[in-house]
Design a protein around this ligand. Structure first.
Ligand SMILES: Nc1ncnc2c1ncn2[C@@H]1O[C@H](COP(=O)(O)OP(=O)(O)OP(=O)(O)O)[C@@H](O)[C@H]1O
Ligand code: NI
Length: 445
């Protein structure tokens, strides 16, 4: 594989919004989150309890239950050619040739329509003419514009969908999946490991039978071949005496061994992307370190892409390549892991780093005072301001959007009115204000 293709994200999350609609209130658990994961890369999501990490993961898996819903305007693209080809051949009725649709696509007329209340800036573009068709259909606006059907979810951008093997480019839009295509994605191309292994293991079946079931479903193996594969998977995750232990039940395994078994089950799906939601939080420190080592090893061996969720900056340092810091439904800082630790820019990130044991100068563990607020309303200010040591008047009046921390450094962004740091505060605040105005259509500049 060329360096070029490996730099392309396998997962591209854009403007993800997932809300829970209860009788009492609307909880904007994930409120406009964008990030990506490249092939073979481990991307962290870190933040305190209630910041929206798990809901982000569940949204990516299409696992959000009522009263929760991922909103229109959200997009989660799975950019994996093999999957696009497989889906195009299995679900031709749900596959769209975007090159053909593009012939009828006039972005300027589209944004001029009265029924369309979104702006090009919502897609990150200055003018309507620049907004690609793929973005419009991925974000779920293609149906009402008559460009695609409601259940279309496989979008081919290069090649003919009628001969799937010749498709050269395209994506599956995860937020549009349902039924069989969704089942194949979840626990197939994308596998998940949760904090509590017992949520993934059934107590009444042996560990071996559960792994074999996964092997049967995803690799089509049966009988002795499935048993052999299950044993090899248990050995791959470091379970000693695997041939005997496949006949044991989950309660006969220790906590660490159970989590290893869950990881083996995830691997049985031969996933491209592994989502780990606090997989080591419930384990004691030594076991935690072993599981992290195991995941890092498997990731490198199998060229897995990994999304790793934790509230622990120490774990982030150990396992991730890039990090997204989440607060109250938003990503407030994104950077490569070394850069983030060497030069954190958001006051929230600094607070999290100071709360790592052994990182502070005094003898008391510093914590950020207060709690994560529940985001109920669209943000019109900085949600961290009430707890922020650097807050100033404008923080209560302007919603900070992610911007480069210095002019031109795209791979390190922060959503803080003090950024970009090489501008005067007034200039920086103006930049955030203008970007907000454009998004909501108040100022087209
Ligand atoms: N089923 C649900 N119904 C209503 N609100 C929910 C539901 N699930 C999550 N939420 C809310 O969404 C917000 C984000 O929750 P989430 O579980 O993603 O946080 P988290 O960052 O994973 O926290 P933790 O570290 O505790 O796991 C919280 O305010 C939570 O109360
Ligand atoms: Ni969580």
């Amino acid at each position: 594989m060329s360096a070029e293709t490996s730099a392309e994200p396998i997962l591209d999350v854009r403007n993800l919004q997932t809300a829970f609609f209860t009788d009492k209130e609307t909880i904007r658990a994930v409120d406009g989150v964008s990030f990506d994961i490249r092939r073979g890369e481990t991307v962290g999501i870190v933040g305190e309890s209630g910041s929206g990490k798990s809901v982000t993961a569940r949204s990516v898996m299409g696992l959000v239950d009522s009263p929760g819903r991922t909103l229109q305007g959200s997009s989660v693209r799975f950019n994996h050619l093999e999957t696009v080809r497989e889906y195009a051949s299995k679900f031709p009725d749900r596959t769209v040739d975007l090159e053909a649709v593009a012939a009828d696509y006039d972005p300027v007329a589209l944004f001029d329509r009265e029924t369309v209340d979104i702006t090009p800036a919502a897609f990150g573009y200055e003018s309507a003419a620049d907004v690609p068709l793929a973005d419009v259909v991925a974000a779920g606006y293609g149906d009402e514009l008559g460009l695609v059907d409601e259940d279309d979810c496989v979008f081919v951008t290069d090649g003919n969908p009628d001969t799937p093997t010749e498709i050269a480019d395209g994506f599956v839009e995860i937020t549009r999946l349902s039924g069989e295509p969704r089942r194949l994605m979840r626990g197939g191309r994308i596998a998940m490991v949760f904090q509590d292994p017992l949520t993934s293991l059934n107590p009444v079946y042996t560990v071996g039978n559960q792994i074999k079931e996964s092997v049967r479903l995803h690799q089509g193996l049966r009988g002795e071949a499935a048993t052999q594969e299950a044993i090899e998977l248990l050995e791959a995750v470091g379970i000693p005496d695997a041939r005997r232990r496949i006949n044991e039940y989950p309660h006969q395994f220790s906590g660490g061994m159970r989590q290893r078994a869950v990881i083996a089950m995830a691997l049985a799906c031969e996933p491209e992307l592994l989502i780990c939601d606090e997989p080591t939080t419930a384990l004691d420190v030594t076991i935690q370190a072993q599981i992290l080592d195991l995941l890092a090893e498997l990731q490198a061996e199998r060229d897995l892409s990994m999304m790793f969720i934790t509230h622990d900056m120490g774990v982030i340092a150990e396992i991730t390549d890039r990090v997204n810091v989440m607060y109250a439904g938003e990503i407030v800082e994104t950077a490569g892991v070394n850069e983030l630790f060497a030069d954190p820019r958001h006051p929230y990130t600094r607070g999290l780093l100071q709360s790592i044991p052994g990182q502070q100068s005094g003898d008391r563990l510093q914590t950020i005072e207060g709690n994560v607020p529940t985001p109920n309303e669209p943000a019109t200010s900085c949600r961290f301001a009430p707890r922020c040591p650097k807050a100033f008047d404008e923080c209560d009046a302007v919603h900070p959007v992610p911007v480069s921390v210095e002019e031109g450094t795209d791979d390190h962004t922060a959503a803080c009115l003090l950024c970009p740091g090489d501008r005067s505060t007034n200039e920086a605040v103006d930049q955030h204000r203008r970007r907000n105005a454009r998004r909501t259509g108040g100022d087209t500049e």
